[in-house]
Design a binder for this molecule. Sequence first.
Ligand code: FAD
Ligand code: NAP
Length: 543
Amino acid sequence: MPRTDVDALIVGAGFSGIYMLKRCRELGLRALVIEAAADVGGTWYWNRYPGARCDVESMTYSYSFSDDLQREWTWTERYGKQPEILRYIAHVVERFDLRRDMQFETRVTAAAFDDTSNRWAIETDRGETISAKYCIMATGCLSTPAQPDFKGLDSFEGETYHTGRWPHEEIDFTGKRVGIVGTGSSAVQSIPVIAAEALHLTVFQRTPNFSVPAFHGPLDANVVHMWKTRHQELRERARASRIGDIFEFSETSALDLTPEAREAEFERRWGQGSFNFLGSFADLITSREANVFAVEFAHKKIRGRVDDPAVAELLCPTDHPFGTKRLCVDSDYYETYNRANVSLIDVKAAPIEEITPHGLKAGGKEYELDAIIFATGFDAMTGALLNIDIRGHGGIGFKEKWSDGPRTYLGLAVAGFPNLFTVTGPGSPSVLSNMMTSIEQHIEWIADCMGYMEAHDLATIEADPEAEDKWMDHVTELADGTLFFESNSWYVGANIPGKPRVIYPYVGGVGAYREICDDIAAEGYTGFTLAPAGESVAPAVGA
Ligand code: FAD
Ligand code: NAP
């Protein structure tokens, strides 16, 4: 039976929505999760492309909230493969008996706040309207695929795929001529795997990305033991860190070292794999001069891995500072270009003109293909939220309010939209961190907040417009002190035509951000207006 009246309505059954449901239950709230997909998993339900896996290590890319869960689940590899992560998510859902409060294959289309009843009316594509006191958007930062509208796309007679909407059945590229558009993280993971299977793989690259080696492999038994015995201490370190992981971030400037010492430190960090390299020096993302050293080091590594010097040059990013686009983490990505069955086409110099019935045309040349893969990314951070017609006080919508870019208080709440929370929303560290740490921090903060509301018999909580303005100024000011705006990345909305060019995540770091959020809660929710039942909240100015 559809439930039409709940305390908390949660949109999304990825890592965020699942944990939010658990915490709602613990508060004694009647909660319901609505999910567009046919099952749980979010990112890991949708992204099933060959080679899909996390690039934050499994031991930290997993929930930390339960000691028992941490002890009983054993990851097999340093970076979990998509099927293993999905199995883990399903295990968590079963273990905590969460599935019975989830509704699948249902898309939330609209949510409107009723100023009289102080409740949200949430509409779905099944024609239901659900009434809820709290509405929690756990809709994901990278859940709305971006599909470029290439001329002739519908005319293609072969197979087409988007990495973020990969089919559930096995796709066999054996004997096929495959084309892939894009060279971001999804492409960097899938290219080596597809190249090993396909007759020929043609990579259409517009902008090369920086990629660091994963040094992937089976999980070392000692590492597992260390985590199982010290996990609380290690997780605490991750929570207080800059990017929500246990990396050590250097406090030293890259400019303070001799060239030899700097090189040695880069080499050491490179050898550790994954995002360790980003922690090499304190000023890699704030100083252009320091950043150039990282660029040169990465270029040298690419040239060392790719046999053909012309191909190597094409793969060397020269248009953006190191680390200002989401860093890729690879296994044999560059070596794949040494294969005879792989070619790299520069579609910046000769842009894609159209998709034809038999392939793809770029720079006047037609490439004949049996399958085209679009690894073209996502309408990140705001896409899923803006796909829902969310209306707050006086019918004002997210779309109008965010026409010049998203405005939030802490990336958690929006002035004019009481009792609505955005998990890892714009203006929070989210995608600039190990997202498991940021997700847990947000869910716990929201749960504590709802617990406070219930304990004090409060009807509404709403961000003050002044607090929101101040937060947004802070978010922008911090980003202005970095090199992020020098890059056409999705961090600044550059991948979606017409998307406002602002900084979407909070660059101030996970640990510092957590302290701000905790202080605000401890002070009785500074910057929010809390109102008891029967007392209406004044419509927010400037909402
Ligand atoms: P999601 O997992 O995106 O779940 C959101 C859910 O909401 C989706 O299932 C979606 O269908 C649903 N939804 C959205 N809108 C609606 C609607 N209107 N109605 C109903 N349902 C809706 N992060 C890391 O930290 N480390 C990694 O290694 C890493 N690897 C990644 C690999 C890939 C391929 C991608 C795409 C992202 C990766 N990320 C990684 C980021 C990843 O998105 C997060 O780590 C995390 O999985 C997000 O969980 P979530 O629950 O917040 O959102
Ligand atoms: P992405 O990083 O945004 O990359 C999209 C790629 O498509 C870019 O190379 C882009 O080129 C290209 N592209 C887009 N439109 C194009 C067009 N019209 N013509 C030619 N090329 C076009 O997307 P993604 O690889 O899916 O990754 C998105 C994010 O998901 C990552 O940054 C990461 O946060 C997460 N992710 C993580 C992992 C992991 O390793 N764990 C794996 C996959 C994804 P331009 O750069 O020129 O725009």
